[in-house]
Design a protein around this ligand. Structure first.
Ligand code: G6P
Length: 613
């Protein structure tokens, strides 16, 4: 959730930290701070945006070649200057930045207070730097050893970086449950540390991902990796494929809009090399190895959070329709705490854009411990979830920076469709003609999404009309139901308008009571087997003076006569409708949020990567 960046090398550190924090701001953005080690340890921190920090720090001495920065998403202690990171130790000779939660901080704090430590913030983090200092001074050990011993006493999740006046050429980082990636600079002795690769990619492609329970120590220009149990590890250097242009807005006003418009391309990227309709070819490398396991699975359990959970709901329909395997979709946070029945015949599919969601990671570990095979669907290459799973498929949507997920969702659904079809083919649960029809439709998706993007002007008109609504209802049936949930989530995330998604037929069991002349109701009403039923639902809304915004199949004339607004989307197979129909909903929520003056890319209270439970 929080973002971490640190540097040691020949360059001036301040611009690297500020730029890095700006790139990381999507992870958390209520306060930010930096520490620079140059003779002594200087800390500058401010509540607000990274730009507020920069305005404050630029008039101070920021020279130096070693430093670290942090952008915070508050857990313990409200967002203010005092609680912003970095935090000093008692004597001010150590400073720490931290992403995660130290769960036993209260008992450690009480113990340290008895020994005379005084705390300046309300954070759990400050306790850790005091503990490190306490061990350093009383056990007379090296800094890295003090960090290692302190981490042995800590319960919880962390990614940390430590600097100390006493060790001016050293930078120490460690991770457990929260990500850390280290960049190896082109010049000898130059290293970067960050929560993800976005602040690093500008300088180097060579990275080392720390594993859980590992410390990275940079000393005398050399990197050493060891475990908290003090076992030295050989760092595994990987090459990143990310490009710096992917992290820029590319002329768009917001990342979210750029990412919405990238979808024809990102959907294609998620299929690239995996299908060829002209040859009847469909193959996902990760699945092929486990084809028999999938074919014999008694059940598929899908876990995820937020938008990824919605992609999981679409997958439930896909796997059951095509592969005929029973599917359950679970919120990772519920699954992990409710003693679920999991057997070795189950396949668990965690879905995650970031690959770092704490609840999803914990659910994976639980399912693994019960012997299930775990097949991840993830966007961020090299992140924690793909590393924790037995096998998986990347969605290849490219970096998603806007907090509200858009292109990651459509890429997830595309990949899950490919998976369902490959498994169905192997199990013989799909006819040849249906299989080929779907491959053709999949290949046509990018151009259909391109056309769905042409509804932009219309969504602006609708946004103008309803931007001040207090509530929205989204309805859909079958494949349209998860889209209704996703549309509602998009709206509430970025415009702060209350919105609910419902299966259209459930409306009469509750939400219909909310309908009056003020209530906009968005209905996914494409032509399919339940079309007539959805038309009846629309009439039920109209009979109560509700406002209908209908997403219909191109050429639909029936709904035009009853809806207030009709958005036509290209016809596609019912199973692929979520990918096309979600586009106008993303645009609608985007424009409403902009018109309401909301911060679209960084909505209040939300974070892109939720690394705490
Ligand atoms: C946060 C993000 C959502 C995302 C969810 C799950 O809430 O703001 O956009 O859907 O986490 O994240 P994941 O990275 O696991 O897909």
């Amino acid at each position: 959730m929080c973002g971490i960046v640190a540097y040691i090398g020949h360059r001036e550190v301040y611009p690297i930290l500020i730029k890095g924090l700006q790139r990381l701001e999507y992870r958390g953005y209520d306060s930010a701070g930096i520490a620079i080690l140059n003779g002594n340890l200087k800390v500058y921190k401010k509540a607000g945006k990274v730009s507020d920090l920069h305005n404050f720090a630029k008039d101070h001495d920021t020279s130096g070649h070693i430093g670290m920065g942090h952008t915070r998403w508050a857990t313990h202690g409200e967002p203010n200057d005092r609680n912003a990171h970095p935090h000093y130790s008692q004597n001010g000779r150590f400073a720490i930045i931290h992403n995660g939660i130290i769960e036993n901080y209260a008992s450690i704090k009480a113990e340290l207070q008895k020994r005379g430590h005084e705390f300046k913030s309300d954070t759990d983090t400050e306790v850790l730097v005091h503990l490190i200092e306490d061990i350093y001074e009383n056990a007379h050990v090296d800094l890295d050893e003090a960090v290692r011993l302190a981490l042995g006493e800590v319960i919880g999740a962390y990614a940390i970086v430590i600097l100390s006046n006493d060790h001016p050429g050293e930078l120490i980082c460690a991770r457990k449950g929260s990500p850390i990636v280290m960049g190896i600079g082109k010049e000898k002795g130059e290293y970067f540390v960050a929560s993800d690769a976005t602040p690093i990619i500008e300088y180097t492609n060579n990275v080392v991902y720390l594993n859980d329970g590992e410390l990275g120590l940079i000393r005398n220009g050399e990197l050493t990796v060891k475990t908290i149990e003090n076992q030295v590890k050989t760092p595994y250097v990987q090459e990143l494929e990310m490009k710096i242009e992917q992290l820029e807005k590319g002329g768009y006003e917001h990342f979210m809009l750029k990412e919405i418009y990238e979808q024809p391309r990102s959907i294609w990227d998620s299929m690239r090399g995996r299908i060829d309709a002209s040859k009847g070819f469909l193959r996902m490398g990760g699945i092929s190895e486990y084809e028999n396991k999938f074919a014999n699975a008694k059940r598929i359990l899908i876990i995820g959070c937020g938008t990824s959970w919605h992609a999981g709901l679409v997958a439930e329909y896909l796997f059951e329709e095509f592969a005929r395997i029973p599917v359950e979709v679970e919120y990772a946070s519920e699954f992990r705490y409710r003693n679920p029945v999991i057997t070795e015949d189950d396949i668990v599919i965690p879905i995650s854009q970031s690959g770092e969601t704490a609840d999803t990671l914990a659910a994976i570990e639980l399912a693994k411990s019960k012997g299930a095979m775990i097949f991840g669907v993830c966007n961020v290459v090299g992140s924690s979830i793909p590393r924790a799973t037995h096998a998986g498929a990347y969605t290849h949507a490219g970096p998603e920076i806007g907090v509200a997920s858009t292109k990651a969702f459509t890429a997830q659904v595309t990949v899950l469709t490919l998976m369902a079809l490959q498994i169905a083919r192997h199990r013989g649960t799909i006819t040849d003609s249906r299989f080929h029809q779907l491959l053709n439709e999949l290949e046509a998706l990018p151009s259909k999404v391109e056309r769905a993007l042409e509804t932009n002007a219309q969504t602006i008109e609708i946004a103008k009309r309803y931007k001040d609504a207090r509530n929205f209802l989204y309805l859909g049936r079958g494949y349209g139901f998860p889209v209704a949930l996703e549309g509602a989530l998009k709206l509430k995330e970025i415009s702060y308008i209350h919105a609910e998604g419902y299966p259209a037929a459930e409306m009469k069991h509750g939400p219909i009571a909310l309908i009056d002349a003020e209530m906009p109701v968005v209905v996914i009403a494409n032509k399919n087997d339940t079309y007539e039923k959805v038309v009846s639902n629309i009439q039920e809304v109209k009979a109560r003076k509700g406002n209908i915004i209908a997403i219909v199949t191109e050429g639909d004339t029936t709904i035009k006569t009853m809806a207030d607004y009709v958005i036509e989307i290209p016809e596609t197979d019912d199973a692929l409708v979520p990918i096309v129909s979600v586009i106008p909903l993303q645009l609608l929520s985007y424009h409403i949020a902009v018109m309401r003056g909301c911060n679209v890319d960084q909505p209040r209270n939300l974070a892109k990567s939720v690394t705490v439970e």
